[in-house]
Design a protein around this ligand. Structure first.
Ligand SMILES: C[S@@+](CC[C@H](N)C(=O)[O-])C[C@H]1O[C@@H](n2cnc3c(N)ncnc32)[C@H](O)[C@@H]1O
Length: 331
């Protein structure tokens, strides 16, 4: 996940990309690995030596895929959901507002499916460290395995523990207590973990809590205010994705019949078109030069192709509220 390789090698962890919603994470296995799908069959040994990102024809010549490097962004899309996970929009907001960078020391709970953990690890590597706490034993073990497979395990310590009861102190790790730059909480009762967070943070460190419900946010804010946190801010990050596509429009000539003598002349001014006297441009996929006329009730109009941008109606809505605060105790 941290590698910057250009050429596929045996043992690499890559994403086989057959489309936006058709990605699979695989480890290249020259001996027996094979990827088979409706996009064709690919023996891993035939992928070795190919350039990352290029189009690769299937062995049986009935399709193609692209092979991409595994990034934390693609991992958040392709991973196995063992829990609800954080997605890239919330993740980027968290990483920026927690002021994370190479060298940061971070505490997180719960680990869940490791979606956020992977992005944190990528941001703080190679000199930082993530201490992540998960009270569900199998989830903690599955996360450890994913981090090992994705080769980010040396930047992450997974601890199986109830963070609200046992806190975040790892006394066997020298210098951990009092050195944490940022704490991230994705817990049902985050306010129960705030005293434990303070026990490992240094002064001026940041905390972020993610909660789906506003009542959780209210309790968390009250606890933060009572615990000498400053800059307490809650935000909700909503995405509004736009779809841009070719659309045919019908434009009627609705000029006022009482003031005009040319009531039946179709409109002639069009953006994005060449004038009739100029050389026709090379044909595009869509017909920007279309000039078909039509008539409704004696009024003439012009059909034309145009680009339309509109928000996608099924865009993802509320995920949760992010509450940020800085610990600046006065005494
Ligand atoms: C929604 S998931 C976290 C998802 C994670 N942020 C991600 O992006 O993949 C919440 C996790 O917190 C764990 N959890 C809940 N209460 C906990 C506690 N008191 N201590 C540690 N982990 C806890 C749950 O087992 C669950 O795996």
């Amino acid at each position: 996940m941290l590698s910057q390789k250009k050429i596929i090698e045996d043992g690499d962890r890559v994403v086989i990309y057959a489309g936006k919603d058709k990605m699979q994470v695989v480890t290249i296995d020259a001996k027996s690995g094979e990827y088979c799908s409706k996009f064709g069959n690919y023996k891993h040994k035939n992928l070795i030596g190919k350039e990352i990102g290029t189009k690769i024809q299937s062995d049986n010549n009935n399709g193609f895929v692209h092979v991409l490097s595994l990034t934390s962004e693609l991992w958040s899309i392709a991973l196995d959901h063992r829990t609800q996970i954080l997605f890239n929009l919330d993740i980027s907001t968290i990483i920026f507002n927690l002021e994370l960078k190479n060298g940061s020391k971070v505490v997180e709970s719960g680990t869940g499916s490791g979606s956020l953990s992977s992005s944190i690890a990528r941001t703080i590597a190679p000199n930082g460290h993530l201490y992540t706490f998960e009270f569900h034993e199998e989830r903690a073990e599955a996360a450890r395995k994913d981090f090992r497979d994705n080769r980010i395990d040396k930047h992450i310590t997974v601890t199986h523990r109830d963070a609200c009861k046992q806190g975040f102190r790892l006394d066997h790790i020298e210098g951990m207590v009092g050195s944490i730059d940022a704490v991230f909480l994705d817990l049902p009762s985050p306010w129960e973990a705030i005293d434990h967070a303070i026990a490992v943070m240094h002064e001026g460190a940041m905390l972020c809590s993610f909660s789906p419900c506003i009542e959780q946010v209210q309790n968390t804010c009250l606890k933060l205010a009572a615990s000498q946190f400053q800059e307490i801010t809650t935000i909700e990050v909503l995405i509004r994705t736009f779809d841009t596509r070719l659309q045919e429009f019908e434009e009627l000539n609705l000029s006022n019949p009482y003031t005009s003598t040319t009531t039946t002349t179709p409109p002639t001014t069009e953006t994005n078109t060449t004038t009739s006297t100029s050389e026709p441009k090379a044909k595009k996929k869509w017909n920007q030069n279309k000039r078909e006329t039509f008539e409704i009730g004696g009024i003439q109009g012009l059909k034309k192709d145009s680009l339309l941008s509109k928000p996608i109606s099924e865009a993802r809505g509320h995920t949760g509220y992010l509450t940020f605060a800085r610990w600046v105790p006065e005494n």
